[in-house]
Each structure stands twice: as structure tokens, then as C-alpha cells.
Design a binder for this molecule. Structure first.
Ligand code: PLP
Length: 484
């Protein structure tokens, strides 16, 4: 029998004018009409679905009642409602119009389409979370290196010989990670990917079966969450607050843990050594894989960068994932994984199957960029620039927006979190901000369970002082509009 759509993958948007129960009703009726929820499928209890979606139980009760009244669901007196067998012609217009020959998406396709995404708008620097400063990147050096490699220089860059990555880049990355991030690795363990997201997607597909449990940070990185949910996994929340990770109630049988220990996404806290060792101990006990996402561990503004957790792993279960999106720029689409011995010989085969391997020309230019010292020079310069911008961003926010939001001041990362004054809805604020040309993320978008904190994730790194001042003025307007 066809597996039922995982309803906890649905996303409801508090920023919309439409009520949550109405949104849920519409989403469920479409899934029923399209037979994604097949006839006879039982729906979760109102309590369970409310907990999964992080909404009040009444919201689910109201949506179910409407579906029962309209004949989509059959109420079974105390038991969970089941889907009614509707005539095939009931399939929604949206589905048949959007797909050729009306065959529709697979169940996995539907899940992928229901995941949250976030794209910026070109030229809108304020306050795109996690965006580095494009104008400070040494494009003159970069274009010279690219041009040099673009001239045919032998077979190496011509065919698809190096599926796991260009040897020169794998070696350069291994040397960098050993010296700068405390990762224990050889070049053989490095696999170059088309960004961190491609690594999460590949790992999810290779390591998870439908129904497997992932212990995932909450609030957490929704890009990684989406990759796991798209692979059919269930997420159990690993709660994170300003005082660290709450590990006292691990799920019974998680197959994978996902953490950002050097600079938690989005809160920016750092995992203390005793918590790292505790996490590794729990992982060993559960026989789980651990993905360590070190997306911007380089940007630490007090003291030295904190070494990676991978360096403390004694049992070969940590898969370290990194990206060049923050050190260089996001559109480069280059990242890497450091694989434990059990996996690294098998990955090239998987990459050949998925076709996700990274362009060799870019890899060659990047290898030169690292080995000729341009990357460390650039990083050093950007650390100085970002430290000053961060300081100024705090001062200006305090001056212009104090009382409306409170910055959670942390020492790492190129984005910060601000908690909103009581009574403000962060999705509404983000929507108003977007209308005014300001790109911020609602903090609540990083939660999948329970009651989210209301706040904003703000990238400060790409803005100079006048853009920051302008952005903050607009943000204040957005907050005030959303409070009306
Ligand atoms: C927590 C986290 N991990 C990883 C990434 C990088 O992903 P990618 O290399 O796919 O751009 C991001 C990007 O914003 C991020 O916020």
C-alpha cells in the first residue's frame, strides 16, 4: 500500500491573513483530492498533529470538522478520522494544470515542494541572513585564477575523472581543516560537493530510510531539516537555548544527529566541551551518525575559532560538513564533507549515480586560491571588517530599535538574532519588512515543534554603515506597521 504523506511536513504560515485552521483545511483537502492522502488512510489524532505542526489543538479540530462536514473525512466516533473515497475527477485544478499530462508528483515530490525555502533579492543587502560582503571579495584575483585554469592544461579538468573532488583541492581543504579547524583528516576523506545543502541531501538519501528518526536542533537550520524530511525521516527536537543544548531526553532510536556546535544556527551559541563529549557519548550509545555543520565557524570575534567537534570523535561517526558560501560567496556552490573511513570509499559511487559532483574548473581555481594564500588573507581581512560592522550594528540597533527588539549578543557568526517585543508576530514583521525591501528571516521559521520564540534573524555582514542605518529605519517601520 502507498505510504501516507507525512503531515508533519506541512508548513503553515502565521504571516498570512488566512487563519491557520483554514490553511490546514485547504492543504488537507488538496492532498485528499489529489489522492496523496489515499482513501482509507487514517489521519493523526488532533493532539498529535497539533504538536507536530506547533499549533493549538483547536486549529486542527476546526480543520478536521470542516473536512468531515464537507465529506472529505469520515468521522469514526472517537477513533481517528479516515479519508473518504472521492471520485477521481476531484483532483485539484492546481495539480493537473501544473503537471504535464496530469500525472502529478511523487509522494516525495510533494514533500519536497512543501518545505520552507528562503531566497534573497539581488542588491538587497539589508539584512540577508548569513550573506557575506560581495563587494569585499577579491574578484581581480579570482578572475585571474579562473582564466589561467580555463586554458586547456591537460586532461585533468576535461573529463569527469574526479567525482569526489579535484585531488589538489581535497588536499588543500584537508590541510586547511587540520590547521585552522582542528579536524582530523587526510585528503582521501574529503569529498567536494556543490555546497553544504547538496551534502545534506546526499547524506540523507544514503543514511536514512523512511520513518528513521533524526535528532535535529530546534531552533535549527531548515535547509538541513528539509533534506531529512524529504528523505522520509521524522524529526525529534534537540532543543537549544542561550545556555546550550538540552540533551537530557534523547529520542529512543535516532539514526542521525544534526548539530552546529561552533556557532549554532540560528542562535549563535557555541557548544561547550562537556556537551560535545556528552553528545558523542549519546551517539555512540544510539549507534547514530552525527552531522556536524560548521557553516561559519571561522567568524569568531572574541578569542580564537573553536575547533571542530569532529576532532574529539573516537568512533568514526561524525561527518563534518563545510561550505565556501560564507568564506567566499554563496553562488560559488562549493562545499565539502569529511567522511569517516566507513563511508569515504563508497561516496564516489553514490556521486556518480546522483550526478551531483562539483565542476572541476571552479575547484581548480579554488585550490589555487587556497594554496597561494589568498583565502587566509581574505578571511583575516573579513574578520576585521565584520567585527567592526557587528559592533556598529549592535550600537545602531540599540539606538534605533531599542524597546522594539533585543539583540541576543553572541560572539560568533555573520548573523545575529533579535527577540521581538511581546505581542509582535515575527512572520508578519518579516513580511512587512520584505515589502519595504528588507530581507530578514522570522526566528519561528526555525522551529517545527511546540511554541516558537518570536524574533528575527538578521545578517549584518553585507551592509556598510549607511546601508545598515537605512535598513534599520525600514525595519522599524515594518515593526510598527505589523503592530497596527
Ligand atoms: C546552517 C547553515 N548550514 C549550511 C549553509 C550553507 O549551505 P550552502 O553551502 O548549501 O550554501 C547555510 C547557508 O546559509 C547555513 O545557514
Amino acid at each position: 500500500m502507498r505510504q501516507a504523506f507525512p503531515l508533519d511536513a506541512l508548513t503553515l504560515d502565521r504571516a498570512q491573513d488566512e487563519s491557520l485552521h483554514r490553511q490546514l483545511y485547504r492543504a488537507l483537502s488538496a492532498l485528499i483530492k489529489d489522492r496523496v492522502l489515499p482513501p482509507g488512510a487514517g489521519l493523526p489524532s488532533t493532539r498529535a498533529l497539533a504538536a507536530d505542526l506547533g499549533v493549538a489543538r483547536n486549529t486542527v479540530v476546526a480543520a478536521y470538522d470542516q473536512l468531515i462536514t464537507e465529506g472529505y473525512l469520515l468521522n469514526r466516533c472517537g477513533a481517528r478520522p479516515v479519508v473518504v473515497d472521492l471520485p477521481v475527477g476531484a483532483a485539484t485544478f492546481a495539480r493537473s494544470a501544473s503537471t504535464s499530462a496530469g500525472r502529478g508528483l511523487s509522494l516525495r515530490g510533494e514533500v519536497i515542494m512543501s518545505q520552507p525555502v528562503h531566497h534573497g533579492v539581488p542588491g538587497q543587502f539589508a539584512f540577508h541572513p548569513g550573506m557575506p560582503d560581495a563587494r569585499s571579495f577579491p574578484f581581480n584575483v579570482w578572475s585571474r585564477l579562473l582564466a589561467r585554469r580555463a586554458n586547456f592544461a591537460g586532461e585533468t579538468l576535461f573529463g569527469t575523472y574526479h567525482v569526489a573532488g579535484l585531488p589538489a583541492l581535497r588536499k588543500a581543504v584537508a590541510v586547511y581543516l587540520r590547521t585552522a579547524r582542528g579536524v582530523r583528516c587526510t585528503a582521501d576523506q574529503i569529498v567536494i560537493t556543490t555546497g553544504a545543502q547538496a551534502a545534506f541531501d546526499l547524506l540523507a538519501r544514503l543514511l536514512l530510510d523512511p520513518g528513521d528518526c533524526v535528532w535535529m536542533e530546534e531552533p535549527g537550520y531548515f535547509g538541513a531539516q528539509s533534506a531529512f524530511v524529504a528523505a522520509g525521516a521524522k524529526l525529534a527536537p534537540l532543543r537549544v537555548g542561550l545556555d546550550g543544548w538540552q540533551m537530557d531526553q534523547p529520542p529512543h532510536s535516532a539514526r542521525l544527529f544534526f548539530v552546529t556546535p561552533a556557532c549554532q544556527h540560528p542562535l549563535g551559541v557555541t557548544m561547550r566541551m562537556e556537551q560535545r563529549l556528552r553528545l558523542l557519548e549519546i551517539a555512540e550509545h544510539s549507534n547514530a551518525w552525527v552531522i556536524e555543520d560548521d557553516f561559519d565557524g571561522e567568524y569568531r570575534f572574541q578569542g580564537q575559532p573553536i575547533p571542530a567537534m569532529q576532532g574529539s570523535d573516537q568512533s568514526g561517526r561524525v561527518i563534518y560538513v563545510g561550505t565556501f558560501a560564507k568564506i567566499l560567496f554563496p553562488a560559488l556552490r562549493l562545499g565539502f564533507m569529511v567522511l569517516p573511513p566507513e563511508l569515504h570509499e563508497r561516496i564516489p559511487h553514490a556521486l556518480s549515480t546522483t550526478g551531483q559532483f562539483a565542476p572541476l574548473l571552479l575547484q581548480a581555481a579554488l585550490a589555487d586560491f587556497i594554496t597561494e594564500g589568498h583565502m587566509t588573507r581574505h578571511l583575516k581581512r573579513m574578520r576585521r571588517i565584520y567585527a567592526a560592522r557587528r559592533q556598529r550594528f549592535h550600537e545602531l540597533t540599540e539606538m534605533n530599535l531599542g524597546g522594539r527588539l533585543t539583540l541576543i549578543s553572541r560572539e560568533a557568526g555573520i548573523q545575529v538574532v533579535a527577540l521581538l517585543r511581546e505581542g509582535l508576530d515575527d512572520r508578519r514583521v518579516a513580511e512587512e519588512a520584505r515589502r519595504l525591501g528588507i530581507n530578514v528571516l522570522p526566528l519561528s521559521k526555525h522551529y517545527r515543534h511546540g511554541h516558537p520564540e518570536q524574533g528575527l534573524v538578521l545578517g549584518y555582514a553585507a551592509c556598510d554603515e549607511s546601508q545598515t542605518e537605512h535598513g534599520l529605519r525600514k525595519l522599524r517601520e515594518a515593526i510598527d506597521r505589523s503592530a497596527e
